[in-house]
Design a protein around this ligand. Structure first.
Ligand code: AHR
Length: 518
C-alpha cells in the first residue's frame, strides 16, 4: 500500500535527521519529479584512458608474444574485461607521454619503427603500438577514439598532418601513406585534444597560459581546416597546487580558444594520504565545486558569443591516485600500479554521481587509466583481476544512461577538516527510458541507512533490482583469485510511488526500477 504524502512526511519528521551513534539506521529521503531534469547524460562521461606508461599498453592492452594475445598482439582476456566496462571513449596516447610523442614514429611496418628516448616516464618507446593499433582496437570494440596531440615538443604541422592521416579520404601524400600502411578508409576520429596538462611545470613544453593559448590556437585552426567535423578539447587546469592560478589559466586559455575549442579539459586525482576516511569520502564535493567554478569561467568567456556557442567540460583524467605516486621521477615498468580498496571504489562512485549531477556541462570524463596503471583492470603475465573501482564504473556505464534528474534530498550530514556539511548519502538519479536508475552511496562507515524515494509524478511498475558494491571492510582489496569487493544483487521494495531500501554501511548501491505515469 503506498503511503500518503502527508504520512510520509510525518514519518520522517518523527525521525531526527542526524547521525545516531547507536548503530541504528540513518534515515534519508529523496523526492523526484521526472519533469525536473538536469540534462541528457552524454555517454562519453564513461570514458577511459590508455597512455604509453608502465604496463598500461605494453603488458596490458597489448602483449605481443603472450599466449593470451591474438595474432595482432592484443591481450584477449583484457579485451573481454574492457568490453565489460562499456568504455564509451578512449583517450590516447597520453598524458604526459603525449608531450614528446611524434605520431609518425608509430606507423608503418612494426619492425621498422624507431625506438625513441621517452622523457615523461624515463624509458624507451619502441613504437610497436601506434595509430593503427590504437584506432583498430577502438573500432573493434566500438569505442570512440580520442587523440591528444603533442603541443609540448610537437609542431602545428605534426598536429595537422595527424588529423589528415586519420580523417581524410584520399588524394594527398598523407592519405596515400595511410593506404600503403594497410588502411584504406579513414577512421574519422572526432575527438582531439590540444596538448596535455600544459599548465604543469612537469610537462614537456610547459608554457604560460598566454603562450599556450596562442600556440594552441594556430594548431586548432589548422586541425579544423583539415577536418571541420572534429571536436577540440583545450588544455585547462590540472594544477590545483597551492599557488597555482587555475582559474586564471582557464580564463586566459579560453580567451584565445573560445572560437575553436568545444571542451575545456580538467584533471583531478584524489587520495587518502592522511588516512582520514570521512575527509576522503567527501572528495567529490571539491570536484563539484571545481566543476561549477569552471562552468562560470566558460560562461564568462562566451559572454559576447552567440548563445548557441557551447563549450563543455571534459574531466578527461580523473581517479583516486596517491599511493603509487613518486615525485615525477617514476622509473621502471611497474609504475603507478595502485591497488584499490573499497573506500576508493566508493569515492569513484561519488565522482561518477558528480558527473551525472552536472550532466548539463560535463560531457566527457575519462577515468585514468584502463589497465595496470591507476586502473580498474590488473594483469600479470598469466591472469587478470578486476579492481574494486571496476564495479562502480561498470554499473554506471551500463545503466546510467538517459536524462539526469534533479533531486530533493534530505538526510544527516557530517563535518570534516575541510567541509562543513557532507551528506552521508551521496546520490544521483537517471530516467533511462522510463526506468529510474538511482546511484546511492552510504558514506557512513558503520551505520546502515534507510532511504525512502518518493516519486512525485510517476509510480513504480514491477520489481526493483538493486546491486550493491561492498566488501568486508573499507580497506578490503581484490587480488588474483581473491575477490573481496564486487557487485552483488540486493532487495529493494517499490510500491505505488514509494521505494524503500536499506543501504549497508560503506556501500554503493545501484537501483533500477521500471516506472509508469500516475
Ligand atoms: O595519468 C597519469 C598522469 O597523470 C598523466 O600522464 C598526466 O597527464 C597526469 O599528470
Amino acid at each position: 500500500m503506498p503511503i500518503t504524502r502527508r504520512a510520509f512526511a510525518a514519518s520522517l519528521a518523527a525521525t531526527p535527521l542526524l547521525a545516531q551513534s547507536d548503530g541504528a539506521p540513518l534515515k534519508s529521503r529523496i523526492k523526484i519529479d521526472s519533469e525536473r531534469t538536469i540534462a541528457p547524460i552524454d555517454p562519453k562521461i564513461y570514458g577511459n584512458f590508455a597512455e604509453h606508461l608502465g604496463r598500461c599498453i605494453e603488458g596490458g592492452i597489448f602483449d605481443e608474444g603472450s599466449p593470451l594475445s591474438d595474432k595482432q598482439g592484443y591481450r584477449q582476456d583484457v579485451r573481454e574485461a574492457v568490453k565489460g566496462l562499456n568504455v564509451s571513449l578512449l583517450r590516447w596516447p597520453g598524458g604526459n607521454f603525449a608531450s614528446n610523442y611524434d605520431w609518425r614514429d608509430g606507423i608503418g611496418p612494426r619492425d621498422k619503427r624507431p625506438a625513441r628516448l621517452e622523457m615523461a616516464w624515463h624509458t624507451v618507446e619502441d613504437n610497436r603500438f601506434g595509430t593503427h593499433e590504437f584506432l583498430n582496437y577502438c573500432e573493434e570494440l566500438s569505442i570512440e577514439p580520442y587523440i591528444c596531440v603533442n603541443l609540448g615538443t610537437g609542431t602545428w604541422d605534426q598536429a595537422q598532418s595527424w588529423v589528415e592521416y586519420c580523417n581524410l579520404e584520399g588524394g594527398t601524400a598523407m592519405t596515400d601513406l595511410r593506404k600503403r600502411n594497410g588502411r584504406t578508409k579513414p577512421w574519422k576520429v572526432k575527438y582531439w585534444s590540444l596538448g596535455n596538462e600544459m599548465d604543469g611545470p612537469w610537462q614537456m613544453g610547459h608554457r604560460s597560459a598566454e603562450d599556450y593559448g596562442k600556440f594552441a590556437l594556430e594548431a586548432a585552426k589548422l586541425m579544423k581546416w583539415t577536418d571541420p567535423d572534429i571536436h577540440l578539447v583545450a588544455a585547462g587546469s590540472s594544477n590545483f597546487n597551492a599557488g597555482a592560478d587555475w582559474t586564471g589559466w582557464n580564463r586566459t586559455v579560453l580567451d584565445h580558444l573560445r572560437h575553436h575549442a568545444d571542451y575545456l579539459s580538467l584533471h583531478t586525482y584524489v587520495g587518502n594520504r592522511a588516512n582520514d576516511y570521512y575527509e576522503f569520502m567527501a572528495s567529490s564535493l571539491e570536484l563539484d565545486a571545481r566543476t561549477r567554478v569552471a562552468e562560470g569561467i566558460i560562461r564568462e568567456s562566451l559572454t559576447s558569443e552567440p548563445r548557441s556557442r557551447k563549450i563543455y567540460i571534459a574531466w578527461d583524467e580523473w581517479n583516486v591516485w596517491y599511493r603509487a605516486r613518486g615525485q615525477g621521477r617514476e622509473v621502471g615498468r611497474r609504475i603507478l600500479e595502485e591497488h584499490y580498496n573499497l573506500e576508493d571504489a566508493l569515492v569513484v562512485a561519488t565522482m561518477l554521481n558528480t558527473f551525472v549531477n552536472n550532466a548539463h556541462i560535463v560531457k566527457i570524463a575519462n577515468m585514468a587509466q584502463l589497465v595496470n596503471v591507476i586502473a580498474p583492470i590488473f594483469t600479470d603475465e598469466k591472469r587478470l583481476y578486476l579492481q574494486t573501482i571496476y564495479y562502480p564504473l561498470q554499473l554506471f556505464a551500463t545503466n546510467s544512461h538517459g536524462t539526469a534528474l534533479e533531486l530533493f534530498k534530505e538526510g544527516p550530514t557530517y563535518k570534516t577538516k575541510s567541509y562543513d556539511e557532507v551528506p552521508y548519502l551521496d546520490s544521483s538519479a537517471v530516467n533511462n527510458n522510463g526506468n529510474l536508475v538511482l546511484n546511492l552511496v552510504n558514506r557512513h562507515r558503520d551505520q546502515p541507512m534507510d532511504v525512502t524515494v518518493q516519486l512525485e509524478d510517476r509510480k513504480f511498475s514491477g520489481t526493483a533490482n538493486a546491486v550493491e558494491v561492498n566488501g568486508p571492510d573499507i580497506k578490503a582489496v581484490n587480488d588474483f583469485g581473491e575477490t573481496k569487493v564486487s557487485a552483488t544483487k540486493r532487495d529493494a521494495q517499490a510500491a505505488g510511488s514509494t521505494l524503500r531500501i536499506r543501504l549497508a554501511p560503506h556501500s554503493y548501491t545501484m537501483v533500477k526500477a521500471a516506472t509508469t505515469s500516475l
